[in-house]
Write a new protein. Structure first.
Length: 613
């Protein structure tokens, strides 16, 4: 058994007033020494504090402190009601700056403006948070507090999952680390940002070492049961997650061999439609990009296109760009191309020097038919990717979405489905004597569905690992299904008392019947489980089921939360704010992401209720 860590308690703080709580419970921060001087008390407790106080560094700083006049003399009395109100106001202004993507520089004006406008307010008179202080509040107070709250929540929770990915900002490579866990008392499934760092490269060894070190520093290494990333070879080494030169394999060696790996299903569906369209003779992605680039920076061409829009009685709409790194951008780009198709066709066929690729595309009598059919198929993919990307999905919900997509593709292939509008256009082409082209199109449709299914059938297999947790939907529960989940967890090295679990299973069945009668079947799975644990009388009534729920919901369902975080960082780290240090980007991201459900008004109330912040 490992030795239990000593913690920094209120008793220690009263005995040693020059120390305060550190980043984690087994650390203390010396207020006499330079900011950020943390002392680990995990081994000797007060003995570690004594050792630091007798050190030359502490003694030197102590002499400097006693010979200087206290700055607090010039400020409002510490720990007074007014002091707390001023601190809460400055903290809220810092949060407001982050929440609305404002520049720290704007606070130079804001603090002065508040003192001028509200000159009769004692709080406003004392607000002095310009850019430097606001940045310090975010980086040194709010962000560390947000992380501390996550670590505190995880104290009594045995399982968590981790996910990461890389994003470039110029020459800087950013790696965030997200933690997922289940806390039924605070809303169920939780996804929080733990760390953001820059690394010199994105090799498997570098990423695995960074993830494991971060988890170890916060005491979460033994609790980690799952790792999620995108589906590139660096993360998992391919579909079968084989080989030893990938992040997942390295983490299994460091954390535990039973570590679960989850690729990104949104990435799978994005690649699935691309894999299918590769069977077509027409490269729709290239056409979308070619058309967009032809008009994007040329005012004369756009004005000419507007005239063609008027001629064919279509309202002009700006063409949309498609980025291959964005999962949801191709569908709206194709939709806009279809809307503008008559005008675009007239425009390119009337030009003497149109790009040959575009002239050939718009000359083809089947181009619009291909576009309309792809639009119909991509509409389904688009809606399923949006469903996958929901913030708090479980792997079971993801499996249901992928299975639904698989069933739709199978039915489309069996029926060789084409939309009615496409059928109408095909009939027109047959009337024009283009029967060969129509048959060729229908053959291409079958190839399209076969290509999509071939890819999806391969990549859905890893998610079927979690089929044994199907009963956790809380629709129809049988003990046989629960037993299969217990066996799964025991194979991973986690003990479940099946005798206790059976008694708790009987209570669960009663809850399910009541829950259905209340008409709340459509709630997310984690919310159903939160409701069950809250309604249960005591821990003994659900201890084993709670352990299973905490394990299951700790498994990240996708990597979309990391991608969402990258978008958030880009909003903060814009061209206008390109001088931000990585440490400031980290503070901004942690505060914005971990407190994303707070309004500024609610955050002010939160600060007033937590004067220790």
């Amino acid at each position: 058994m490992p030795k239990r860590r000593c913690k920094f308690t209120d008793e220690l703080q009263s005995k040693y007033p020059c120390f305060r709580a550190g980043r984690v419970e087994w650390e203390a921060e010396c207020m006499t020494c330079t900011p950020g001087t943390y002392i680990s008390i995990a081994n000797k407790g007060s003995g570690d504090l004594e050792i630091h106080m007798n050190s030359e560094k502490h003694f030197r700083n102590f002499r400097g402190e006693t010979s200087s006049e206290k700055l607090s003399k010039y400020f409002v009395k510490s720990n007074s009601k007014l002091d707390e109100s001023v601190c809460a106001a400055e903290g809220t202004l810092a949060f407001h700056t982050v929440a609305h993507h404002n520049s720290f520089k704007s606070m130079d004006c804001t603090s002065k403006l508040l003192r001028e406008i509200f000159n009769d307010s004692e709080v406003a008179k004392r607000i002095s948070s310009a850019r430097t202080k606001t940045e310090a509040i975010v980086n040194s107070v709010l962000a560390p507090h947000a992380v501390q709250e996550v670590i505190k929540s995880l104290q009594d929770i045995p399982f968590c999952g981790v996910s990461t990915d890389a994003s470039n900002h110029g020459a800087v490579k950013i790696f965030p680390i997200l933690i997922q866990y289940f806390d039924y008392e605070n809303g169920g499934l939780q996804i929080k940002l733990l760390e953001v760092e820059s690394k010199p490269n994105e090799t498997a060894h570098t990423i695995a070492a960074y993830v494991s070190e971060t988890l170890s520093n916060y005491g979460l290494l033994s609790k980690c049961v799952a790792f999620a990333g995108d589906n590139c070879n660096t993360m998992f080494g391919g579909l079968k997650k084989g080989g030893g030169k990938n992040v997942f394999a390295n983490l299994k060696n460091i954390i535990k061999p039973s570590l679960i790996g989850v690729g990104c299903p949104a990435h799978v569906l994005n690649n699935c439609i691309q894999h299918g369209t590769d069977t077509l003779e027409i490269d729709i992605e290239s056409i979308v990009l070619k058309v967009y680039n032809y008009f994007s920076i040329y005012t004369v061409r756009v004005e000419s296109l507007k005239q063609f829009c008027e001629f064919v009685d279509i309202e002009y709409e700006q063409l949309l760009y498609h980025s291959k790194t964005r999962w949801l951008s191709l569908f709206p780009a194709i939709e806009r191309l279809i809307t503008m198709f008559p005008a675009l066709k007239s425009f390119f066929l009337s030009q003497d020097k149109s790009p040959a690729v575009l002239k050939k595309f718009f000359s083809d009598p089947f181009s619009e038919i291909y576009l309309l059919h792809l639009h119909s198929l991509m509409c389904v993919f688009h809606s399923h990717i949006q469903s996958i990307e929901r913030d708090k999905n479980s792997v079971l919900e993801i499996l249901n979405i992928l299975s639904d997509m698989q069933n739709i593709l199978q039915e489309r292939k069996i029926q060789n489905y084409v939309p009615l509008k496409v059928k109408g256009l095909l009939q027109d082409r047959q009337d024009e004597g283009l029967e060969v082209g129509c048959k060729h199109f229908l053959t291409a449709v079958k190839s399209l569905y076969s290509g999509c299914l071939e890819y999806l059938d391969m990549w859905i297999e890893p998610f079927k690992e979690f089929s044994c947790f199907k009963w956790m939907e809380l629709e129809n529960v049988s003990w046989t299904e629960v037993e299969s989940s217990i066996k799964y967890m025991m194979d991973k090295g986690f003990d479940i008392d099946d005798s206790k679990c059976f008694n708790q299973f009987c209570n669960l069945k009663t809850f399910i019947a009541t829950y259905k009668n209340e008409g709340r079947k459509s709630a997310p799975f984690h919310e159903k489980w939160s409701q069950y644990f809250k309604s249960s009388k005591n821990v003994e009534c659900h201890s084993e089921l709670l352990k299973m729920a905490q394990f299951f919901f700790a498994v990240p369902a996708h990597n979309a939360n990391v991608e969402r975080l990258f978008s958030l960082i880009q909003m903060q780290w814009s061209k206008e704010r390109n001088c931000l240090a990585v440490e400031s980007v980290k503070g901004l991201a942690i505060v914005k992401y971990n407190f994303r459900h707070f309004t500024c008004v609610a955050f002010h109330s939160y600060l007033l209720k937590h004067p220790d912040i």
